[in-house]
Design a protein around this ligand. Structure first.
Ligand SMILES: NC(=O)C1=CN([C@@H]2O[C@H](COP(=O)(O)OP(=O)(O)OC[C@H]3O[C@@H](n4cnc5c(N)ncnc54)[C@H](OP(=O)(O)O)[C@@H]3O)[C@@H](O)[C@H]2O)C=CC1
Ligand SMILES: O=C1O[C@H](COP(=O)(O)O)[C@@H](O)[C@H](O)[C@H]1O
Length: 514
């Protein structure tokens, strides 16, 4: 409902800003976590829930229900959560916070396809609701292998859990990847859409919960400094890098057959591209932001020749931090003849007045030189170099690097005269680093996103249109790869296959060395 405006009242431009600074606290609610024994729940979700409680952002009567197949009771779940919190939480351990949280924790053992398991879950949730006074507000987090999403959504309806009464709400949180191509994404959406209204569906892309990713909009639209040069008149090209030093670890079952491009380009990297390429939204509402991201994604173009504008690889044995590591094909659970990519690089265009002709190079990979995610705008070189010698990393180009992780911040690189008698210019950096500029700590991405779901605040969650537009970009590339041989092997600990470097060299450019 719109707030009534007094006749003659002067609108206060700070109102919106002040509202955003108020502490945002979740109301009474129960969170049901499917897949609670999994990797994501243990490393990220359970610690994030504890951190929210520790920061006073969860109500005292908050309820948490874990669901998985193993033969556990409430105490086993509490023990798992305790260990996860001790190992991975960001805030210090406080006995009183833990006690209050664990009093509201329950475990339900069951099979997702089994009606009786869901009837037991419904009974447990309703009992917890009554005990803790959570007002019938339930959120369901699907931290599961993606093929199980439709089963759970259907079971939520069958068991009556999806249905709310009166003022109470129901929300469903769906982990990525949302489908494995355009067609399956549409099928999944049809199932979800049948059970939950669009405003109750929260599709998680945890990159949008990262402070530094949210800062892309602040950097662009809260300043006058960058926007005038944020276009084809000044930018030569954009590089978006998400490099990991880890291998596939214990996630073979999920990763093999999915690969690097579906795992992170379809979601995280295309969301970064959208935030860099989009126009300013007319407001910071979910609809306005999503609409601008969708326009940017609709304008994305593929390289004319996919053999020259894409590259993919698979890690072979090598060295990581001085330790020998095995190749992808020797990882546990990976078929010896797997053709799954663990590295992918793609050159895209954005066909708008702002970006026409500016290439966006996206790359991601596992077992690369180091863990780093960054967005680099590489600017055109000065029209003429009056100074004899320029020793620069990007051949004399200035760059603005948004350091998403680690060492979060922003770097501006430009040429400066080297002190001394000669007129030599060398690249230097001007740095903004979160840790040095703010005393406030950044919440973990999942902490922010879980809180937003419990509050019902949707701007940081992509809607179905964005998911579909991203699959439209990736599907032709995956089809091309499927028909054109195996990924090229690259040594672990290096910066990916030689075809990715050749792709840049053909354009007279090179990948940045992060
Ligand atoms: N791990 C990560 O770093 C990230 C994961 N994600 C996404 O999060 C989701 C979960 O991933 P992750 O935690 O790694 O996966 P895991 O394989 O580690 O965990 C899967 C969970 O699902 C449960 N499960 C599997 N089958 C069934 C079934 N038939 N009935 C009931 N429970 C079942 C397992 O429980 P049990 O075996 O005990 O029954 C386990 O708790 C995926 O969608 C993934 O894409 C997203 C970003 C990062
Ligand atoms: O979504 C995913 O992200 C993680 C990396 O997340 P980050 O926050 O540590 O950058 C990646 O390892 C995983 O394969 C992928 O599913």
């Amino acid at each position: 409902m719109k707030e009534p405006v007094m006749p003659g009242a002067v609108p206060n431009p700070l109102r919106n800003v002040l509202d955003r600074r108020l502490p945002r606290i979740a109301g009474p609610s129960v969170l049901v976590l499917f897949g609670v024994t999994g990797d994501l729940a243990r490393k990220k979700l359970l610690p994030a829930i504890y951190d929210l409680a520790n920061r006073g952002l969860l109500p005292p009567g908050f309820g948490l229900v874990g669901f998985a197949r193993r033969d556990w009771v409430d105490q086993d779940f509490a023990q798992l959560a305790y260990e996860a919190v001790k190992e991975h939480a960001r805030t210090p351990f406080r006995e009183d916070v833990w006690r209050q949280l664990s009093e509201g924790m329950r475990f339900v053992q069951g099979e997702l396809g089994d009606d009786a398991s869901f009837d037991e879950l419904a009974r447990c949730v309703r009992q917890l609701d009554a005990d803790r006074g959570t007002g019938g507000n339930y959120a369901f987090y699907l931290s599961l292998p993606p093929k199980l999403f439709p089963t759970v959504v259907k079971q939520l309806r069958r068991s009556g859990l999806a249905e709310s009464e009166g003022e109470a709400w129901r929300r469903v949180i769906i982990e990525k990847p949302f489908g494995h191509d355009l067609e399956s994404a549409k099928e999944l959406n049809a199932v979800v859409d049948d059970v939950f209204p669009p405003q109750s569906v929260f599709r998680i892309d945890h990159y949008l919960g990262k402070e530094t990713v949210q800062n892309i909009m602040a950097l662009r639209f809260a300043n006058t400094l960058f926007e005038p040069i944020w276009n084809r008149g000044y930018v030569d090209h954009v590089q978006i890098t998400m490099a990991e030093d880890i291998g596939v670890g214990g996630r073979a079952g999920y990763y093999d057959g999915i690969g690097a491009a579906r795992d992170v380009i379809q979601n995280h990297l295309l969301q970064l591209l959208a935030l860099v390429a989009m126009e300013e939204p007319i407001s910071f509402t979910a609809d306005a932001i999503r609409a601008e991201k969708e326009k940017a994604l609709s304008a994305v173009t593929l390289p004319e020749d996919l053999s020259r504008g894409t590259a993919r690889g698979q890690y072979a044995a090598g060295w990581q931090g001085g330790t020998p590591v095995i190749g992808y094909l020797d990882e546990e659970g990976i078929p010896a003849d797997s053709g799954t990519d663990t590295y992918a690089a793609i050159k895209l265009g954005v066909n708008t007045r702002r970006w026409a002709g500016v290439p966006f190079y996206l790359r991601t990979g596992k077992r690369l030189g180091r863990r780093v995610t960054e967005v680099a705008l590489v600017f055109q070189s000065a029209p003429q170099q009056v100074f004899g010698q320029t020793e620069t990393e990007e051949l004399g180009a200035n760059s603005l690097v948004l350091r998403i992780q680690p060492d979060e911040g922003v770097t501006l690189r430009f040429g400066s005269k080297v002190p001394g008698a000669s007129m030599e210019v060398r690249d230097v950096s001007m740095d903004f680093t979160y840790g040095q500029s703010f005393t406030e700590a950044s919440p973990e991405a999942y902490e922010r996103l879980i809180l937003d779901v419990l509050i019902g605040d949707p701007p940081l969650f992509p809607r179905q249109e964005e998911v579909e537009l991203s699959w439209r970009i990736l599907d032709p590339i995956e089809e091309y790869w499927a028909k054109n041989g195996r990924p090229e092997q690259y040594e672990s600990g290096t910066w990916g296959p030689s075809s990715a470097h050749e792709m840049m060299a053909r354009d007279g450019r090179q990948w940045r060395r992060p």
